[in-house]
Design a protein around this ligand. Structure first.
Ligand code: PHE
Length: 340
């Protein structure tokens, strides 16, 4: 049978089909326009039509398709269920009721901390997360036997002893001191890695913000003043203390605690009943570190500090489990929408 005759038979069939309800409309649609429907079959056959007939047969087929579509449209209009009608998209509708996303709490805290230091004249610097031993350890006065280099703490890339994931943002200090002349007044936010799977709560990746200030005559008192101003601006708490500590790259070194208070049961819990909370490590840059980066320790001095952003964000928002930061649970994240 020629394709032309088939088309006219189908045309007649379409015209005589009675559409009586929504189901018959849907059956009609599937029968003629479905993926395995008659129209698709015809288009398959059309490929074999000799070229000189293609134009004529093509027009007939298009006419048929149109007739089917018109019948289908009128059937759908007549029998469509209510919900179908509502689904007709309204191109004039505004999309204002779509929810906006929110910024991640770690990012909010990071921005706020950087903002406070930028008001004090610190600029932001960046450095690579994949580093060499020099910038993470040796240039920072870590002796060859220092335990921080141990496999337990450091991720080595491809097992190469000189290629590591940085364990702290102090590596950026070295990079900046190697390339810039004092005065240097910078803050360095970034992601750091430690191989510390002590418990399921521990995380191998977290964030730090590092600070560095080097100039002539910079003193421990300057450091204390800057950290005091930061604590007041960020936490709204005025009392800090510096406890002696040890870092290979600072001398003297300290931990800075802030007096959190003991007013609520939560205060008692997070400060373990002491009222004090440890916030960051800090100290005067060791002269060996200055010299290793080509800065004259006879002429210049400076201080450095470093803090974990997760810990600060937990304190700021009263978050009790580190894992919330990495699980991307919308119920958690959407709580920070208001802080935009
Ligand atoms: N790098 C230290 C750490 O990761 C923090 C620190 C930075 C301490 C700068 C002193 C000065 O624990």
């Amino acid at each position: 049978m020629s394709l032309k005759i088939q088309i006219s038979q189908i045309q007649a069939e379409v015209e005589s089909t009675m559409l009586t309800d929504a189901q018959s409309v849907e059956n009609f649609r599937i029968h003629y326009l479905g993926r395995k429907g008659i129209v698709n079959d015809l288009f398959e056959l059309f490929k074999q039509v000799p070229n000189e007939e293609k134009k004529e047969v093509g027009q007939l087929m298009n006419g048929l398709k149109q007739a089917i579509q018109i019948k289908l449209d009128s059937g759908q209009n007549q029998f469509a269920s209510k919900s179908k009608q509502i689904e007709i998209p309204d191109a004039t509708r505004s999309h204002g009721d779509w929810p906006f996303g929110s910024r991640h709490p770690l990012q909010l805290v990071r921005e706020e901390i950087l903002g406070i230091f930028s008001k004090m004249g610190f600029s932001v610097e960046d450095g690579p997360e994949i580093e060499d031993d020099w910038h993470v350890f040796s240039g920072l006065n870590f002796s060859p036997e220092h335990p921080a280099r141990d496999m337990q703490d450091t991720f080595f890339v491809n097992g190469q002893p000189d290629t590591v994931l940085r364990t702290h943002t102090s590596s950026v200090q070295v990079r900046v001191m190697e390339t810039q002349k004092p005065p240097i007044r910078i803050v360095m936010p970034g992601r750091v890695y430690r191989n510390e799977a002590i418990s399921s709560r521990a995380h191998c990746q977290f964030h730090q913000i590092e600070g560095l200030y080097i100039d002539e005559g910079v003193s421990f008192a300057d450091m204390k003043q800057v950290l005091q101003l930061f604590t007041e601006a960020f936490f709204g708490k005025a009392k800090i203390r510096l406890r002696p500590s040890y870092f290979p790259f600072t001398e003297p070194s300290a931990e800075m605690d802030v007096y959190w208070g003991l007013e609520t049961p939560a205060d008692h819990r997070i400060t373990k009943g002491t009222g004090w909370l440890e916030i960051m490590g800090c100290g005067m840059v060791d002269p060996n570190v200055l010299a290793a980066s080509g800065i004259d320790p006879e002429k210049y001095s400076g201080f450095a500090f470093g803090m974990g952003i997760e810990r600060i964000a937990m304190l700021r928002y009263g978050i009790d489990d580190l894992r919330h930061f990495f699980e991307n649970d919308m119920r958690f994240l959407s709580q920070f929408r208001k802080s935009l």
